[in-house]
Design a protein around this ligand. Structure first.
Ligand code: PA5
Length: 437
């Protein structure tokens, strides 16, 4: 389970402040469990885990096996909660560098080895024409499948990209309709209307699950499974976290929510999530949306930002150490980071690095973390550290549920509805005005 180290944050708060907050934390937690708080008709993301649908998991695994057999590329169209979860998990769990298969010119259709996972690409999450044009050019000659993911079906970025992509698919594949999968509302929206003419395979986003809480629905699970990741371990990791975080006492998700709340009250307005493993950078992107959209309303909430160390220590490290004291820092750490690469002894030691010979790169990462946490703490930054066991499907499922539960509690502490995002509509209204809708 996720372990919270708050030793470098507690001393920034009054003695007993977290204990004093426990009754409020327990109430907020109870409101999540018994669906009695604001926005409680959007708590379906917990029901998915308390009553798992194994038949759905099996259906997704079957579709994913078909994609692994027939697709070079799975192109996922979606924005916000309709893609960040899948991207986060795929980036975390797939190799940094894809092994290139030997050329197989005689193999019909798919050009990679059979059962190699397709490359999962994302689009429909911005308005760049250059991106879309270059993307479609890069797909020439490849066996392409598409998963368009939009609960409303009306999100401009996704819908527009699908107009281009659908045309491209119809121009390139006679069986285009069999290569397109939609993930959307059970009945409403344009994607359902399109299915009246085109019999695309469909997966459903439950009505009571909001976009940023949808990674454990087909929104996240289908692309993740297509990428060759064990979705059962991932999903059941979340199931076990949901079970373990049921008690309000000694609950690390509640403590994490409570400490962030208390630190915000002390004027720490910015929460920086720091990862050391580059593969976890996109988990930060998912976390940023979850936190920002859930908390940032009615003039409150921490501003969530993400950094990747040690890279960003050479850009933002100065600010973290010595800039405005409005920042708290949450380190997302891994007990076993798979960095077991031993530093060799050098006979001439011309680079002067023999002092670390015999250590592993994991030891270096651990030293960098401990040194950074100490330095930033000395500089007046409250530090929280979250430890996960390893970067594997089960621990990642636990982690994502941990954050979902924590932000739901956090929203109630702040007195906001953590499940809506009214502010997002404002830019859309202004944009649509200018585009003549
Ligand atoms: O968290 C949310 O609800 C949003 O980020 C949505 O996921 C995002 O706006 C995309 O919406 P839709 O799936 O309706 O296209």
């Amino acid at each position: 389970m996720i372990r919270l180290d708050d030793s470098r944050a507690l001393d920034m708060l009054d003695d007993g402040a977290l204990d004093d907050l426990q009754p409020k934390l327990t109430d907020a937690h109870q409101a999540v469990l018994d669906k009695s708080g604001a926005g409680s008709d959007f708590l379906g993301w917990r029901d998915l885990l308390t009553d798992p649908d194994d038949a759905l998991l099996e259906d997704i695994e079957t579709t994913a096996a078909h994609l692994r057999r027939d697709a070079d590329v799975l192109l996922c169209l979606g924005i916000g909660g309709s893609y960040l979860g899948a991207k986060a998990v795929i980036d975390a769990l797939t190799p940094y560098f894809k092994k290139t298969s030997p050329a197989t010119p005689d193999l019909p259709g798919k050009s990679d080895q059979p059962d190699d996972p397709p490359e999962v690409l994302f689009a429909g999450n911005q308005t760049s024409g250059a991106y879309l044009r270059e993307l479609l050019e890069s797909l020439e000659g490849k066996s392409v499948f598409v998963n368009v993911i939009s609960k409303s079906g009306t999100t401009l970025e996704t819908a527009l990209s699908f107009r281009f992509v659908r045309q491209w698919m119809e121009d390139h594949f006679e069986d285009a309709d069999d290569r397109i999968i939609v993930t959307t509302d059970p009945e409403k929206g344009v994607l359902n209307t399109l299915r009246d003419e085109h019999p695309y395979k469909k997966y459903v986003i439950p009505r009571d699950v909001g976009g940023r809480f949808s990674v454990m629905t087909p929104v996240g699970l289908l692309p993740i499974a297509a990428a060759g990741i064990d979705i059962r371990s991932f999903f059941y990791g979340a199931v076990s976290a949901c079970e373990e975080l049921k008690d309000a006492e000694d609950n690390p998700a509640l403590q994490y929510a409570g400490l962030r709340y208390l630190l915000l009250e002390e004027g720490y307005d910015v929460d920086v999530l720091a990862v050391f493993e580059p593969k976890l950078r996109s988990i930060g992107g998912w976390w940023q949306q979850l936190m920002g959209e859930s908390e940032g309303k009615d003039g409150t909430g921490l501003f969530p930002a993400v950094v990747q160390y040690t890279t960003d220590l050479h850009s933002l490290g100065q600010y973290m150490q010595d800039g405005q004291r409005i920042v708290l820092e949450t380190f997302l750490m891994v007990e076993d980071d798979d960095g077991d690469l031993t530093i060799p002894q050098s006979e001439d030691n011309l680079d002067g690095l023999n002092y670390v010979a015999g250590k592993t790169m994991s030891d270096v990462t651990r030293g960098a973390y401990e040194g950074t946490a100490q330095a930033h703490s000395d500089g007046g930054v409250p530090i929280l550290s979250l430890w996960m066991d390893s970067i594997d499907p089960g621990p990642l499922g636990e982690l994502l549920y941990f954050f979902e539960h924590a932000v739901a509690v956090s929203g109630y502490l702040l007195g906001v509805n953590p499940f809506n995002q009214p502010g997002v509509e404002d830019y859309k209204r202004e944009m649509f005005d200018r585009l003549g809708k």
